[in-house]
Design a protein around this ligand. Sequence first.
Ligand SMILES: *Cc1c(COP(=O)(O)O)cnc(C)c1O
Length: 384
Amino acid sequence: MSAFLPYGRQSIDDDDVAAVVRALRSDWLTQGPEVDAFEAELARITSARFAVAFSNGTTALHAACAALGLGPGDEVITTPMTFTASANCARYVGATPVLVDVEPKAATLDPSCLEAAIGPKTRMIIPVHYAGQPARMEEIGALAKRHGLAVLEDAAHALGATQGGSPIGSCVFSDMAMFSFHPVKHVTTGEGGAITTNDEKLRDALRLFRSHGITKDPTRLRNPSPGPWYQEQILLGHNFRLTDIQAALGRSQLGKLERFVTRRREIAARYDALFGPAHGVEPLGRLDGTEHAFHLYVVRIDFAGFGKTRAEVMTRLRERGIGTQVHYVPVHLHPSYADRGWKPGSFPVTEAFYAEVLSLPMFPDMQDADVDRVASTLVEVLGA
Ligand SMILES: *Cc1c(COP(=O)(O)O)cnc(C)c1O
């Protein structure tokens, strides 16, 4: 029996371990030079002017909403086919999430649904680059500009992806982009996240919010400084900092991003070639003018057409050493959202997608033989 294949996992080498050990033996476990170096490297890789690291992707999203000054009465648009954090961030600052449906091809925000959702209270759009496929940023960005809205990319799945030749994170059509460094994402810091931006004011606001809202910057103090100890809390921030131990791991991992993404694309191409209409396993569509980062390898299966339930198929696969997952339970169907008035049936494309979707194992250390085993076992389990 071969080793169990999870749907995603980290890839840690001896040099990653050595980087962490170096950080542990250094003078700084947090608020030190590793965080700055990690941010500089992430900015370089994404072609953004600035990167600000956070304790995780969720706190990064929260800080981004705060940096824009969003609050009660403001509306933030995102899609229901995402991890709930994409919508939760609006609620953390007292704003209201508004959901719009996805397009059937790629399960990314459908620009044709946007206009109708934009009203006088709308302040921001959060497109999600689902599975690593960049959303239609050019159209979304143009619409946002026309209505004077901010755009925050949820790029948790899309480090290493490009659109129109620009890296995701370069913020060509957005104000900010958020990344996550959870172990299933492209590079890991255990827990970790970041925002990239080209806007210096946003960079400063993100940093302030990340560290209690406390500053020593003489230009921002309300009172004259009585001495070198003096600092002021000028707004209510949080402790959302990444440690130097984590940043050291992250910087070591960023050095391998290109290799990781290349391998993910090879695995995706191999799966694509193994599945086809004949098998009833349909790889999720791709959008033109983009390079996919394949955080997830997602297929659609008409389970009922095979006379099976998805739960049965997942259980059979697990018995054969293959982990799969469903990304995602739509945001509006979670009780914490349903309690706020959303009803099943509100987003037909998302709900039809949810009924058929399955994420297959996808991580850089997978061998070609693993990919072949997943594909043949899935086809067998479906046909059995
Ligand atoms: C992982 C993820 C997040 C949140 O990141 P964490 O680092 O886990 O807090 C947000 N949005 C999406 C789409 C994600 O996949």
